[in-house]
Structure formats: C-alpha cells, structure tokens
Design a protein around this ligand. Structure first.
Ligand code: HEC
Length: 110
C-alpha cells in the first residue's frame, strides 16, 4: 500500500513538472540570451573552460531546474549564482529551451 502511494505521489510530481516544461518557451530569445553563456559553455554547447560542464545534449528541464537552483541559492557556485540572479524565470526557460536543442552523439566505451 505504501508503495502504491509513493508511486502515485511521484507521478503527480512528474505531471506537475511536465506542465512547466521550458521547451514551450522561445528558442529565438534563448539564442540571444546564450550570448551571456558562450564564453564558458561554448557557442555549440561544448564548454571551452575546464570548470564548466557541456550544455549540449542536456535536457531543457534539467538546465532550467539548475538555473532556478542557482538563483534561489539551493545550488551554489560563485559564477553561476551571479549569472542566474540576472535572469528572469522566462529568460531561464528560453535559454534552457535553446540549449535543449543541441543534440550529441554518444560513443559508449568498448
Ligand atoms: C564565466 C563562465 C560561465 C558563464 C558565462 C556561464 N556559465 Fe554556466 N557554468 C559555469 C561553471 C563553472 C559551471 C559549473 C558550476 C558548478 O560546479 O555548479 C556552470 C554550470 C552551469 C549549469 C549546470 C550544468 C549541470 O550539468 O549541472 C548550467 C545549466 C549552466 N551553467 C547554464 C549557463 C547558462 C544558461 C549561462 C548563460 C546564461 C551560463 N551558464 C553562463 C560557468 C559559466
């Protein structure tokens, strides 16, 4: 019974998160906002500095959630906190939707 309740709660959470999916936002505006990101994350989403993760191939919802966490202080990083604090929620959705479009090919290890 507990298991069923847990599954129910989890699925309600997933539906709620999906309802706010950033992919519904403007990738055109997102591209403009990405001019603030390319110095570190690269203009193709492959990072150009050692400390920064690649954004290419990442899911839009994940990117948006990380930006929100940096802004709220839930996730801390001296660079990203400043950057996220300067973005509105709509701008975070737009830029997440933009980077969510970069597809990568994965070559698994042999
Ligand atoms: C000056 C360099 C710099 C700039 C500019 C920058 N970032 Fe970052 N970004 C970083 C670094 C370094 C990290 C790793 C931080 C950490 O360890 O939490 C990071 C982490 C992230 C993450 C978390 C990725 C993950 O895999 O968890 C996201 C999302 C992100 N940046 C998005 C952006 C966006 C969008 C912009 C532009 C609006 C941007 N960043 C601009 C350096 C930068």
């Amino acid at each position: 019974m507990k298991k069923i309740l847990l599954i129910f709660l989890l699925s309600a959470f997933v539906v709620n998160v999906k309802a706010q999916n950033p992919s519904l936002k403007s990738t055109t505006l997102g591209k403009k906002i990405s001019s603030q990101c390319v110095a570190c994350h690269g203009d193709n989403g492959i990072s150009v500095i050692e400390e920064a993760p690649n954004l290419a191939g990442q899911k839009d919802l994940y990117i948006w959630n990380q930006l929100r966490d940096y802004k709220s202080g839930k996730r801390q990083n001296e660079i990203m906190t400043i950057i996220a604090k300067n973005l509105t929620d709509d701008e975070m959705k737009d830029v997440a939707a933009y980077y969510g479009q970069f597809k990568i090919t994965v070559v698994p290890p042999k």
